[in-house]
Design a protein around this ligand. Structure first.
Ligand SMILES: N[C@@H](CCC(=O)N[C@@H](CS)C(=O)NCC(=O)O)C(=O)O
Length: 223
């Protein structure tokens, strides 16, 4: 049976959701973030050397990296579900969005989180104005414009088709949920991008999504 090593308020929510969509049985082993640093506890490094979440174990296998976990689960247990057929335009879009979520969207959202903390974090009072000025400059000049461009692009893609790969819901939509949820709390995603907001509403109403949140516990992303 699959064990999901689940860190609270993290990307591993997507893995629970995927397993619920496929109706698979699994165990959840919970790990709590440090309340000050928000980092994962050291126990997670006993499961995988990087100590990040998500990570799953399945028999002798230990698999980290959410995209790799999704690919493994869909291939091993999906029986053709949640993935478009090979050789189609849908499959190409599926692969693209599966990679885009962590490869392109998350880096800017993470940078926004970090530079926001640089500006607000504890420091000697005389350093604060300088740290704020640098953080603001990088955020306004580089980070936010990239997030805005990506959000416009994603919104336009969802104006062309209901789900990221095409007419059908796939595991690429699961992978894309996390950057979009993060973009609501810290990237400026709101009703100005109606297709993305409608996407979030649709996924949040899915019974499997709701079951995953129940299994994983409170799910609130960091600002
Ligand atoms: N690209 C990786 C990112 C993994 C990652 O950074 N996970 C975060 C949780 S959302 C984490 O473990 N943070 C705690 C820490 O860095 O200690 C993936 O998609 O699996």
């Amino acid at each position: 049976m699959i064990t999901v090593h689940h860190l609270n308020n993290s990307r591993s929510q997507r893995v629970l959701w995927l397993l619920e969509e496929l109706g698979l049985e699994y165990e959840v082993k919970r790990y709590q973030r440090d309340s000050q640093t928000m980092l994962a506890p050291p126990e997670l490094r006993k499961v995988h050397p990087l100590g990040k979440s998500p990570v799953i174990t399945d028999g002798d296998l230990t698999i980290a990296e959410s995209g790799a976990i999704i690919e493994y689960v869909v291939e091993r247990y999906g029986n053709g579900r949640l993935i478009p057929p090979a050789g189609t335009a849908e499959r190409l879009r599926y692969t693209y969005w599966l990679h885009f979520a962590e490869g392109s969207a998350q880096p800017f959202l993470l940078m926004k989180l970090i530079f926001g903390r640089v500006a607000k974090g504890p420091m000697p009072f005389f350093v604060r104005p300088v740290a704020r000025a640098i953080a603001d400059k990088v955020t306004r000049g580089f980070i936010q414009p990239n997030i805005d461009r990506q959000l416009d692009y994603m919104d336009a893609e969802l104006a062309a088709r209901p789900w990221f790969a095409g007419a059908e819901f796939t595991a690429a939509d699961i992978q894309m949920s996390f950057p979009l949820e993060a973009a609501v709390v810290r990237g400026g995603l709101d009703q100005r991008r109606p297709k993305l907001m409608a996407f979030l509403q649709r996924i949040h109403e899915r019974p499997a999504y709701l079951r995953a949140v129940e299994r994983g516990g409170k799910y609130e992303l960091m600002k």
